[in-house]
Design a protein. Sequence first.
Length: 62
Amino acid sequence: MENKTARLTVLIDPNKKKAFEQLCASQDITPSQVVRKLIRDYLAEHGVEYGKDTTEPHEKNI
């Protein structure tokens, strides 16, 4: 996990939130872990690099 963290607030339908939390619990993973993976995968899919040395994300092959 990253050393520094920032909060991301997401509005979601309560029924979807409950179902998501139950699914995560059944897979012994936290909702935060799933969301972090989703973000990493989305950034990679779009060729966006990020790292500890940079404060601004940048796209590959611009």
